[in-house]
Write a protein of this length. Structure first.
Length: 621
């Protein structure tokens, strides 16, 4: 217990002693431990040297050995000072310690007796072997041999004051010297060899540890790379699954939309034909107009389905996002929204220098409408919706794209609502995924339409949302410099009738042929019908038509594009209008490039058909 208390006291007074025995997982080289050992020696000399210093000084002073007192005092004081000093080099501390041993040994040898001094001489090669290695030990052994020879010579000539008058004193000193040197040589050499082997072992261990550490780092890096690759693979798989799901839904939506548009043609066009023949005061006019409005609303829902069907976006023209925003804010849809949510304020910040974009104006308009409607429903009570535009927005684009496509015009819709939950944020663009009541707040296609519209226009969409700052949708679209203006229906058409021109109606569905024929005959056109492209070709081989109204899809027969190419061979410059239950597809665009004048999407109003025919025939409107 007393030893433990003393050890605790020592380690508290001299932290260097404590640090020498501190546990460490790090493998150190031999030099590190030599420095630790040297610090430990100085600490021991500082503490326990005082126990030897005090009685030694008193006894030396009593006997009149003042040189011994002076040497002891200088050595002990220097050791304590060096121990507590900073930035003292290892070699200086080692050299001083060995020099102190030699100095003290020589003082004892000269002024007292060889029996006292020989231990100090013996310790120097040991210290050299431990702290500096074999070469230093060999040098100190040579110094010891020289001291022994000089001391023997001093004995022989009688100058050593501790010698006596015995005749065999020189022989005795010689025997003592030989045995001393042999023991000193064996001890110092053995310790040197042990430390040299220890140094090699530690060096090998350190090298092995470094190699293992490098291998560990390499393995960790490889594992991290594999984890990253797996994460990227999972992300790509999820994106692929999402794309496949969207593609499957799009194909389904496109097929359904095509069939519905053919059905809606009869719902809209037959009431129009009936209204033409009814008197203005007929009681049936109001119900028929209601049927037409219902058919048009159904056509709007079908248009949403066509937007979900990727790759079938409408014709694009150069438009300003600012004009689309203004158009929406002045529209009946915005007015209706303000009526339903009177506490919601809609504000705008439009950049006057924004560049035009090439877009389907209808789809961008519907995207703005869907985002604003979604924001109003999210706010519920009192709040603000901000519609903002900005130009000179840049995005990193895939390699190989045109360099001028890196500049975008941005449209942002921000609200002060409660935000979107994180687990919902990942799925908000999926068709029919909604937290609202289906059929009450919408069809569940609103944000899907937004996402598909942005993708179809080569743009980017980002969403940020939290409970404090609300939700922000940011859409960016590539800019364009085209100033092409979209065709508009005349506000007050004067005359929609023809003058007996021959129109060939080509459609694989009898009802669609009948609808188109009825409208055109009511407008004073001569109508001929064909149920396929092949039948139309046979007709044109033996007769002529001023215009062909050509359906795009007529499975299993040739489609409208293939049929028109054959028409052009038979009748170069043949005028034609393409109609389809889809929006404008790549085949429709190719047909327009090949010479077809216009495209009409089903269901079309009678007025739209009349204007398309008159424009194609270059007749006055």
């Amino acid at each position: 217990m007393a030893d433990e208390r003393n050890a605790t006291l020592i380690t508290r007074i001299f932290p260097k002693i404590q640090s020498l025995f501190a546990d460490s997982d790090e493998i150190r080289d031999l030099q590190y431990w030599r420095e630790k050992q040297l610090d430990f020696m100085y600490a021991i000399f500082s503490v326990f040297g005082l126990i030897a210093y005090i009685p030694s000084v008193f006894m030396a002073a009593a006997e009149g050995f003042w040189i011994i007192v002076l040497v002891d005092t200088i050595i002990y004081g220097s050791i304590v000072c060096i121990h507590f000093s900073k930035n003292v080099s290892f070699l200086f501390k080692t050299g001083f310690l060995m020099a102190a041993c030699y100095l003290l040994g020589l003082a004892l040898l000269i002024f007292i007796d060889a029996d006292y001094s020989i231990n100090w001489f013996f310790s120097v090669p040991i210290l050299a072997a431990v702290l500096l290695g074999f070469e230093a030990a060999a040098i100190t052994l040579a110094i010891n041999l020289l001291i022994m020879i000089l001391a023997g010579y001093a004995i022989q000539i009688g100058v050593a004051n501790w010698t006596n008058t015995e005749d065999n004193l020189v022989i005795g000193w010689a025997i003592l010297s030989v045995n001393f040197m042999v023991l000193n040589l064996v001890t110092a050499t053995s310790i040197s060899i042990v430390f040299e082997q220890l140094k090699r072992t530690l060096d090998n261990l350190i090298f092995t540890n470094i190699s293992l550490d490098e291998e560990r780092k390499s393995l960790v890096y490889e594992i991290q790379q594999r984890i990253a690759a797996e994460a990227e693979k999972d992300l790509i798989n999820k994106q692929l699954q999402q794309a496949q799901k969207m593609e499957a839904i799009g194909m389904m939506a496109g097929g359904v939309a095509h069939d519905l548009n053919n059905i809606l043609s009869g719902v809209i066009n037959y009431p129009e034909l009936m209204l033409i023949k009814l008197s203005k005061d007929s009681e049936f006019r109001k119900p028929l107009e209601a049927v037409i409005r219902s058919g048009n609303r159904a056509a709007d829902v079908v248009a949403d389905l066509l937007t979900v069907a990727r790759g079938v976006a409408s014709t694009k023209h150069s438009c300003s996002l600012n004009s689309i925003v203004d158009e929406y804010l002045e529209s009946p849809e915005a007015s209706s929204l303000r009526t339903r949510y009177p506490q919601v304020t809609i504000e705008k910040e439009l950049d006057p220098n924004i560049e035009n974009i090439s877009c389907s104006r209808t789809h961008i308009f519907k995207s703005v409408m869907n985002l604003v409607t979604n924001s109003a429903e999210s706010i519920g009570g009192e709040g603000i919706i901000l519609i903002r535009t900005a130009g000179n927005v840049f995005h990193n684009i895939p390699e190989g794209d045109a360099p001028d496509q890196s500049e975008f015009s941005m449209l942002e819709v921000r609200d002060s609502g409660g935000g979107i939950a994180e687990h919902d944020l990942k799925r908000i663009f999926e068709p029919f995924y909604t937290r609202k009541v289906m059929g009450v707040s919408g069809t569940g296609l609103g944000l899907t339409i937004v996402w598909n519209t942005v993708q179809e226009h080569g743009g980017h969409i980002d969403v940020t949302s939290d409970a404090t700052s609300g939700t922000c949708f940011t859409m960016s679209f590539p800019v364009c410099s085209d100033d092409f203006k979209e065709k508009k229906l005349p506000e007050n058409p004067v005359d929609l009738t023809g003058s007996g021109e021959v129109v060939l109606v080509v459609d694989d569905e009898e009802e669609q042929r009948e609808i188109a024929s009825s409208i055109l005959r009511s407008l004073n056109y001569t109508v001929v019908t064909a149920n396929s492209g092949e039948a139309a070709i046979e007709f044109l081989k033996r007769s002529r038509a001023d215009l062909v109204l050509l359906d795009m899809l007529m499975p299993p027969h040739m489609n409208g594009l293939e049929a028109y190419k054959q028409f052009a061979k038979i009748c170069p410059g043949q005028k034609a209008v393409i109609v389809s239950g889809f929006s404008e597809s790549s085949d429709v665009k190719n047909a327009l490039d090949a010479g077809v004048s216009e495209f009409l999407g089903k269901p079309y109003a009678g007025e739209q058909l009349a204007l398309a025919v008159k424009r194609t025939l270059n007749l006055p409107v």
